[in-house]
Design a protein around this ligand. Structure first.
Ligand SMILES: Nc1ncnc2c1ncn2[C@@H]1O[C@H](COP(=O)(O)OP(=O)(O)O)[C@@H](O)[C@H]1O
Ligand SMILES: Cc1cn([C@H]2C[C@H](O)[C@@H](COP(=O)(O)OP(=O)(O)O)O2)c(=O)[nH]c1=O
Length: 210
């Protein structure tokens, strides 16, 4: 069986986490083995880098290098091995988040991010790794902010003003425009049931679930 790599994206509070477990169950119901993972993180070292990135103030380049360093570990130790075993890898955020947050939100150089992406996801003779499908939960930042008020204690990014998330959303839109076939853009400003129906339809339209 071929491995399947799917990533989930969107600004904080867009509703990703709500649907990842349900999609995992849908794959398992088809007899697939699922690896659920996240970025930054997914290995002990990458989780340590996550703690730094989410809690410490730092220069945007430092931040970009740390998330790509975490990604390198994650790809080598978790994602590629799971795909080689024919598993389904569901990843809560991947490189599009770097373009959106470090590129859009922090204003870090887009071309440098593209170079880092090429290095980290396809070093030497490795085939370039990219999700088969990226589900983008598109939600106006004001709506996301309202959802998060009562949801949880904000981390470094979630504490940013709405203007930051407008830039992050612009980053996602720019990334989407560069590769519309990989992305499924979902209007996340709907009830969870309706959002779920769109998530399922996106996965089915790629032929990944019956
Ligand atoms: N479609 C929806 N409509 C209203 N609230 C939602 C919806 N989806 C998720 N939520 C709520 O919004 C908050 C953020 O959702 P979450 O899945 O944690 O977002 P993310 O993982 O994208 O940051 C949670 O309190 C969740 O219950
Ligand atoms: C993967 C990635 C995440 N991030 C940010 C986006 C989120 O604010 C944060 C962690 O994402 P997330 O796991 O969605 O947070 P939570 O557990 O609170 O739902 O890291 C980046 O800035 N760059 C990246 O490359």
């Amino acid at each position: 069986m071929n491995g399947i790599f799917i990533s989930f994206e969107g600004i904080d509070g867009a509703g990703k986490s709500t649907h990842i477990a349900a999609l995992s169950a849908a794959f398992e119901a088809q007899g697939r083995v699922v690896t659920l993972t996240r970025e930054p993180g997914g290995t002990p070292l990458a989780e340590q880098l996550r703690t730094l990135v989410l809690n410490e103030a730092m220069d945007p380049m430092t931040e970009a290098l740390l998330v790509f360093a975490a990604r390198r570990e994650h790809i080598l130790q978790v994602i590629r091995p799971a795909l080689a075993r024919g598993e389904v890898v569901l990843c809560d955020r991947f490189t599009d988040a770097t373009f959106a947050y470090q590129g859009g939100g922090r204003g870090f150089d887009w071309a440098v991010l593209s170079t880092l992406e090429t290095w980290v996801q396809g070093q030497g003779t490795e085939a370039f790794l990219q999700p088969k499908l990226t589900i983008w939960f598109d939600l106006p930042p004001a709506v996301a902010a309202a959802r998060l008020v009562s949801a949880r204690v904000p981390d470094k990014f979630e504490a940013q003003p709405q203007a930051f998330f407008e830039q992050v959303a612009d980053g996602y839109a720019r990334r989407f425009a560069q590769d519309t076939t990989r992305f499924a853009r979902i209007d996340a400003n709907q009830t969870p049931d309706r959002v779920w129906a769109h998530v399922l339809a996106a996965v089915r339209s790629k032929g990944l679930l019956p």
